[in-house]
Design a binder for this molecule. Structure first.
Ligand code: AHG
Ligand code: MN
Ligand code: MN
Ligand code: MN
Length: 336
């Protein structure tokens, strides 16, 4: 059979963002558009560095540790610097919070803008040296009315974010974005240097067949987590779920959005709030999940309702297909 001719009407990320801005009419100033265009350039830059890392001596440790007590990799530090510089230069940013920087960064002077960006510059850094998928996660708040831009502007529940997304550096480079009007996925066409809309209006299947937990922590898991896992591994219908766990949140969540199922990093007997950081890991992923029709909970409450008290604070995460997360929720409801 004859192959279809290539499309002559590409929807690039920039075109998509501009169209969303135009749809909002006079309400939209175009500032968020400029900020998002700045972020997409950082993703292209980080993607190219990740791809070349082994060749240009960018693997291994940087020699310092971050606010969560983790050893920083060279690529963690480089990705952080790329983002801080680009966000500052965009002129749209007032406050930044990065996994790799202890304190919030407040922009001063002429380049100060009206948005706050919280980000995980490189997610899954334990996977870098083996060439396994890594990513960048970001969330965006608007500075509160009357505020000049301070750390208070980001110590707000995730439901107040105006946009969130991630870029996955994998077998292809994919940027997935929500501005509160659903979720769209883009793939980097390296020959064009442009993100092209390849996954419009992503919706999570209402039930999946995959669970994604670090079961190596089972010794510490609380009863509801253990009982839920047992229920999907030894089900009455003899159709157990499959296990997939990459150990890069971006990759595990990306698969969950596309295929369905459940991803979890529970609070347990050792770490009451789990491992994932609220502002730049849990909130953006919870926002995307809800916008795709899924559910995101700590086990006891909706993630997006939680108020952070510290910029590097953590919370337990369960997210994914509506029915799967609701099944887990039943074990937690019965426990409390
Ligand atoms: P980061 O590399 O940004 O510090 O994040 C690592 C996180 C997340 O990507 C992943 O879901 C989780 O750590 C994996 O943790 P375990 O190795 O404990 O399973
Ligand atoms: Mn880290
Ligand atoms: Mn991370
Ligand atoms: Mn990270």
């Amino acid at each position: 059979t004859e192959q279809e001719a290539p499309s002559t009407d590409l929807i690039t990320l920039t075109r998509h963002i501009l169209a969303q801005q135009q749809a909002l009419g006079e309400k939209a100033s175009g500032e968020l558009t400029l900020l998002l265009i700045g972020i997409q350039v950082t993703s292209k830059y980080i993607a190219s560095q990740v791809r070349k890392a082994r060749l240009i001596n960018l693997v291994g440790l940087a020699g310092d540790s971050n606010a969560s007590g983790e050893e920083q990799k060279k690529l963690d530090v480089l990705s952080n610097d790329i983002m801080v510089n680009a966000l500052r230069a965009s002129g749209q940013c007032s406050v930044m919070v990065s996994e790799e920087v202890e304190d919030a960064i407040v922009v001063t002077g002429r380049s100060k803008g009206t948005y706050c960006v919280v980000f995980d510059p490189l997610d899954g850094s334990s996977n870098i040296d083996a060439g396994v998928n890594v990513g960048t996660i970001f969330g965006i708040y608007k500075v509160a009315p009357g505020s000049k831009g301070s750390v208070e502007d980001v110590l707000r529940p995730g439901k107040e974010m105006v946009a969130a997304g991630y870029t996955m550096y994998g077998s292809s480079c994919n940027l997935v974005l929500t501005t509160g009007q659903g979720v769209d996925g883009f793939t980097l066409d390296e020959s064009l240097g442009e993100f092209i809309l390849t996954h419009p209006n992503i919706k999570i299947p209402s039930r999946g067949k995959i669970y994604s937990f670090n079961e190596g922590n089972s010794l510490f898991f609380h009863e509801p987590t253990l009982k839920y896992l047992e229920s999907i591994k030894y089900p009455k219908n003899n159709k157990p779920y499959s296990a997939r766990y990459i150990g890069s949140m971006v990759a595990d969540v990306h698969r969950t959005l596309l295929y369905g199922g459940i991803f979890g990093y529970p609070g347990d007997k050792k770490n009451k709030d789990g491992k994932l950081r609220m502002l730049y890991e849990s909130f953006p992923m919870a926002f995307l999940t809800e916008q795709a029709g899924g559910v995101a909970t700590t086990g006891s409450r909706r993630i997006l309702d939680v108020s952070p008290t510290h910029i590097h604070g953590r919370c337990p995460v369960f997210l994914g297909s509506k029915e799967d997360v609701e099944d887990l929720q039943k074990f937690y409801n019965a426990w409390e």
